[in-house]
Structures are given as structure tokens and as C-alpha cells.
Ligand binder design. Sequence first.
Ligand SMILES: [Zn+2]
Length: 101
Amino acid sequence: MAVRKTQTRTCVACRREADKRELVRFVRDADGETHVDITAKAAGRGASICADQACFEAAVSKKRLAPALRASLSEEDVERLRNEFEEALRIRGVADSRSGR
Ligand SMILES: [Zn+2]
């Protein structure tokens, strides 16, 4: 097995493979709570979605996020995750503009 420089992950919504830094990771922690994993380093079962609102919505509407995490997500959970996802995109946007790209 060749060692790859970058680790890729597949978006659960559109199945696009991308550098994991381009994706937003969701993680189900030991308590069974699902969160957006901004550090991408949290322990637990994870699922990745493109840093794109459309992919989040697709993952939810196609019911791909919960199975990927082996979690059950209530309406409230989805709403909370949507907010966390939007926040993650916002933070990322700020970071990107700071890096001068
Ligand atoms: Zn995607």
C-alpha cells in the first residue's frame, strides 16, 4: 500500500471523494450524541459531507447521514446539526479569507 500524502473521505450525500480538509466531519460520540466535528479529530464514528449546504440537505433528505453514523437523528437533532454545519462553514470561510486564498 502506497502512503498517500492526503487522506480522502467520501461525502455521504454526493459520493464525491475529496481531501478530508475539504469536507465537514460529523461524529457520534460515546454518548450517542451527534455533532459537527470542527477539529476533524474527535473520537467516535464519523461521516463526512462536502462543505456545501446542498450536500447537508441531500444527506438528510436521502437519509444517508444517520445510517453513516449508525445513529438515529430526530428532527431536533437535524435542526441542531444544520446550525452547527452552518457555523462550521462560516468559521471555515473566515479561515480561508485569512489564509489569503
Ligand atoms: Zn457532497
